[in-house]
Design a protein around this ligand. Sequence first.
Ligand code: CMC
Length: 431
Amino acid sequence: MGANSLTITDNRTGKTYELPIENGAIRAMDLRQIKADANDFGLMTYDPSFMNTASCKSKITYIDGDAGILEYRGYPIDQLAEKSSFLEVAYLLLHGELPRAAELDAFVKHIKVHTFVHENVKKCMESFRHDAHPMGMLLSTVGVLSTFYPDAKRIFDGEARYHHVIRLLAKMPTIAAFAYRHSIGFPYVYPDNELSYTGNFLSMMKKISEPKYKVDPILERALDVLFILHADHEQNCSTNAMRGVGSAHTDPYSCVAAATAALYGPLHGGANEAVLKMLQELGSVKAVPAFVKEVKEGAGEKRLMGFGHRVYKNYDPRARVIKHLAEQVFEVTGKNPLLEIAVELERIALQDDYFIKRKLYPNVDFYSGLIYEAMGFPTEFFTVLFAIPRTVGWLAQWTEMLLDPDQKIARPRQVFLGARQRDYVPMESRG
Ligand code: CMC
């Protein structure tokens, strides 16, 4: 078979097998031929949490966790954050190439005509309790959208599918802003399509009685950059949920609801909220050394939120951009007093053996919450600010999955260790 192969000897049988290596991977199904005897099911790999399993081939996002590199369709994240806009990046993720001026213009217009939601969607949202978590509202309302667009089930009709992709990109900010207005008991603000994607979002969040909301250009751009940084991150937990649910050929609204649910968790998108709570609980720089000691001695029970990453074993490149962005935002909003505590935490952690040995560095969530808070977003809303831009990543990955002939319904195997073939025991004989 040549050099690009793997030779395996099964010591149970003494047989040798040669498996092809393609793109740095062997196919797990090639292991199935390795059997202890004729009745054996065949060899599997055991990989809880997908620590070393590639579930797809993808051309969307590249990460080198050791070198701290993140690229969308080959473009480095820092260049996109500096020079691009969120909708341009959204186009790039979906189509694979940066748009020409006319293409971007058409894309933006297409999104703008879909920003409104059906009045009954609004009524659904009105029925939430006043203190409902905005992520709970977001994930259920985006799921509700599937009932408004039954033709979203036509996922193999390219035109219909793309239409729903655009609808989702257009409506996520509207639903998110409605969730916020609901939580503070304010009337919902309808989209203003003369504004930019982030400008309109800020207007729906913050407008009171003024005829037109005046967007601060620095905050508008800062939010746009944060949206760029959060747009995709290859096969993370929520993207895996999107692809997994999508592999059953479920409509995109229901898939995005599932992905949003995955993002809600404190180990994933919920971490930015957890970071802020941690910093608030610390209260002052003086409390930092004792807290770090507690984290180290807690044997993983207590974590330094906003630190560590499954893939990055280096400084998260997004965290670097965000740290710099924070300075620009604080010039408009005034400095967030929690920044001092965050900087001190980072300083101490980065020179501590515990964190160095485990390669734990600040991730995207460490500084983003400080910016969101300075911009006046409540802590509970932070993960929603992650979900809005990540929607495009989910949709790009979902589309790629649907068009990939290698993909089938996601259905992992298990290593079964439970009891087998026992006779039913009647209640009176159970002791
Ligand atoms: N604080 C203290 N110790 C940590 C931390 C942390 N934040 N993260 C990992 N460790 C330790 C962990 O206890 C373990 O130590 P030991 O080897 O002694 O048992 C070691 O580092 C490896 O940790 P792990 O849990 O096996 O690593 P993982 O790849 O399964 O987890 C993670 C990755 C992001 C879930 C984890 O680092 C974590 O819980 N971080 C805090 C939450 C957070 O900031 N999440 C946001 C991730 S970035 C945004 C996103 O993609 O959603």
